[in-house]
Design a protein around this ligand. Structure first.
Ligand code: MLT
Length: 378
């Protein structure tokens, strides 16, 4: 018996279709293909939540749901959906959750997952540029690249050099789009929908790419967003630019909210210089059991991980029945399987367009060279 899906952001007809197909014992691959239908993502790359339309988000959720409802609980978790495809997991910064989650997602779909780190590539000691490294990987016919980098904008820059799609696994302070998707999915799963929910993001918003994607996706899905943290850690004019409410008092910020979303202080990005001490920060912005009582009764508590216990979350918060941090991890894995399926396999339209554009570029470049050669030989 499959779990019933209460995500209102997945159309009721699709939810019913999924239950019917399951009751008929259809193959998992057939269920995914039927739920997808002729729909495709409108984007070839995912480097920002801005790449996605609301229809794209609904399609991703619709495909992620069967993975959550059934697939991850199976004994045998390998299906041949991406057999013969190569996905490169290129990480320039440390990662536990995101890297493993992409790797396992790809492996369960039978893709060949190749891991490469910045320090293990020819860039670190031999001086090859990132563009040239990426061109080399493209010449090996990689079907997709997942990239994490400490510089904002890097995934966008390399997307031009790859024939296949690029997914950003986090770039500097900018965005972490798959985290935004898994967070929105987790809110919908627990509270049925993001629409009309009030979410308070607490902590180091300024340096957080998680906040960058979360604010964007929540606004797209019509949630009310509050930012709460030390004034030095809230981007200037955030209220005007993002259409959010800004608080520096935690008790006011989390009063009556549906979701408390705590962030880690990004010490590796020199964030400790923006607050007097970590102790003082924790006293003013740490989430503890008393503070949780200020929010709505069915509030959920979220955090992207890694959680710094005693600073971001106080004693007992991770064990609170409404804390969904581990659900976020599980959902991340399901969202990433859905994305790999949709972007590597299910998006032939975008691929053709992109290939067409690349071919056009090559033709133009060849024409220019021929013209130059003619001029030189005259
Ligand atoms: C990130 O990579 O940004 C993480 O998922 C969140 C963090 O490091 O605090």
């Amino acid at each position: 018996m499959v779990k019933t899906c209460s995500l209102e952001d997945i159309d009721i007809n699709y939810r019913q279709m999924y239950v019917d197909l399951n009751n008929k014992n259809e193959e998992f691959e057939t269920i995914l293909a039927t739920l997808k239908g002729k729909d495709e993502l409108s984007t070839k790359n995912l480097v920002s939540i801005d790449d996605l339309t609301i229809e794209d988000i609904k399609l991703i959720f619709r495909i992620a749901w069967p993975f959550k409802a059934e697939f991850i609980e199976r004994d045998m978790k390998k299906i041949p959906l991406l057999k013969g495809k190569t996905v490169i997991n290129f990480f320039f910064e440390t990662s536990t959750r995101t890297k493993l989650s992409f790797e396992l997602a790809g492996k369960h779909l039978s893709a060949d997952m190749v891991n490469l780190s910045g320090s293990g590539s020819s860039m670190s000691k031999k001086g090859e540029t990132l563009n040239d490294t990426v061109r080399t990987l493209n010449a090996m016919h990689a079907d997709m690249m997942i990239l994490r980098h400490s510089q904002a904008g890097t995934p966008m820059m390399i997307a031009d050099h790859l024939t296949g799609p690029v997914i950003s696994a986090g770039d500097g302070w900018h965005e972490h789009p798959t985290q935004g998707l898994l967070d929105a999915f987790t809110i919908c799963e627990n509270l049925k929908t993001c629409k009309g929910r009030t979410v308070c993001i607490v902590g180091d918003i300024l340096h957080s790419r998680v906040a960058g994607s979360l604010i964007r996706i929540l606004k797209k899905m019509n949630a009310t967003v509050r930012l709460c943290g030390p004034p030095t850690m809230i981007p200037k004019y955030a209220d005007e630019v993002f259409g959010v409410e800004v608080f520096d008092d935690i008790e006011k910020g989390i009063k009556d909210v549906d979701v408390i979303y705590s962030l880690r202080v990004q010490t590796e990005r020199a964030a400790a210089g923006f607050i007097p001490t970590i102790r003082e920060y924790s006293k003013n912005y740490g989430i503890n059991l008393d503070r949780i009582n200020l929010a709505k009764d069915n509030v959920i508590i979220m955090h992207p991980g890694p959680v710094i216990r005693g600073t971001d979350l106080g004693n007992g918060v991770m064990e609170h029945p409404r804390c969904v941090v581990e659900d976020q991890v599980t959902n991340g894995f399901c969202i990433r399987m859905a994305l790999l399926y949709l972007m590597v396999k299910g998006n032939p339209g975008c691929w053709k367009d992109h290939q067409g554009k690349s071919d056009e570029k090559i033709k133009l470049a060849k024409k220019k060279i021929e013209k130059k050669l003619k001029e030189v030989s005259r």
